[in-house]
Design a protein around this ligand. Structure first.
Ligand code: GLA
Length: 349
């Protein structure tokens, strides 16, 4: 069967203080899936997918105005970089030089710093049914070495996947760890929590953390812990045993790193909407919206409460630049960073 190419429409979303315009692109495929993406932060503002009755609903947290995104939010739907997740003490050494990064999470560096990739205006181009976003992160930005040319390509697959391809090149060795920070609630109703969503995570190990959410360096077994989602478990089943109000941990994904494999499946028992996560990355940050406190409201006025959504941020492990035994996150001149993640939606059989 030949498939109709996904369509992409474009409209003005808002204007930044300095006059630059922000556009929203709507990607639609022939199977009833749509994704809205803006070129500010590369933010996925909505993903509409059908449920068992064919009813379409938005399954991510987000806003319908640029002002709300500019007003501050916890990375809803955004591209996160130059380094997604934490770098301890906001410092690392590379080739004999010590670099000092922005410390924007207590004493640590989080999600690229004060003005991470989530707060940058990206160049946008529609290429062959895909949305191609690019950004030049200059040498010294947020303390990082090297001019980093970054490209993120969003497309919809015929299997109702939102495919995200990340690419980067640099002129000096630098850490790079790119991810997308979408917050999912598969019910389509973010006034409910995701505690009864059922998660399977193909991760036999995770990286335990200290009080600052920095990995201790240990690669621990999930066996007989609340981190064991190797068999389907309701997200809320043991969440009370996890310190800090819920999950905010990096899981070590099974299977060969660099090969695109299914690493997670989540479904909502009410609507039967299901999401699979495929990635080439070695890790994923499973975060249960512990810091949401109802102060932010969505387009329909719903207050986003604690546990209103979950994130599966595919990534390399937190603090890798200071952990020689973790898979390396250093990109060298002449090499190309390339990772792929797909969030694929379906209705449970
Ligand atoms: C990530 C972090 C969390 C939190 C959220 C945003 O998931 O690991 O600790 O910072 O982003 O609030």
């Amino acid at each position: 069967m030949s498939e109709a190419a996904p369509s992409i429409t474009k409209e003005l979303f808002g204007t930044l203080e300095d006059g630059r315009e922000v556009y929203q692109f709507t990607l639609a495929n022939a199977h009833g899936m749509e994704a809205d993406i803006i070129n500010y932060g590369g933010i996925v503002t909505a993903i509409r997918v059908p449920d068992a009755d064919g009813a379409s609903a938005n399954v991510v947290l987000g806003f319908d105005s640029l002002e709300k995104y500019l007003g501050g939010h916890p990375y809803f739907g955004a591209i996160v970089g130059r380094y997604g997740n934490r770098i301890a003490g906001g410092t690392f050494s590379l080739d004999g030089t010590t670099y000092e990064l922005a410390r924007n999470d207590g004493e640590n560096h989080l999600h690229g710093g004060e003005q991470g990739f989530d707060k940058r205006l990206w160049e946008a181009e529609v290429v062959d049914g895909s949305l191609h976003l690019s950004y030049l992160s200059e040498d010294g930005e947020e303390g990082y070495p090297g001019n980093l040319e970054v490209a993120v390509t969003y497309s919809l697959t015929d299997q109702n996947g939102l495919k995200i391809e990340y690419e980067a090149t640099t002129d000096k060795a630098t850490p790079v760890n790119l991810t997308n920070h979408s917050y999912f609630n598969l019910s389509g109703d973010p006034s409910t929590t995701i505690l009864d969503h059922v998660l399977t995570l193909h991760a036999d190990h995770y990286t335990p953390v200290d009080e600052g959410l920095i990995p201790t360096g240990e690669i621990a077994s999930v066996e007989e812990t609340p981190f064991d989602f190797t068999e389907p478990q309701a997200i809320g089943s043991r969440i009370d045993e996890v310190e800090g109000g819920g999950y905010d941990h990096n899981f070590v994904l099974n299977g060969p790193q660099d090969s695109l494999r299914t690493v997670a499946t989540v479904f909502d028992p009410d609507t039967q909407r299901q999401m699979q996560v495929l990635t080439t990355e070695p890790g994923v940050q499973f975060y249960t919206g512990n810091f949401l406190d109802g102060s932010l409201t969505g387009s329909d006025g719903t207050a986003y409460q604690r546990h209103a959504a979950f994130c599966l941020e595919t990534q390399h492990f937190p603090n890798s630049p200071n952990e020689p035994d973790f898979p390396s996150t250093i990109l060298k001149p002449g090499d190309t960073y390339h990772t792929t993640t797909i969030y694929r939606f379906s209705v449970r059989e």
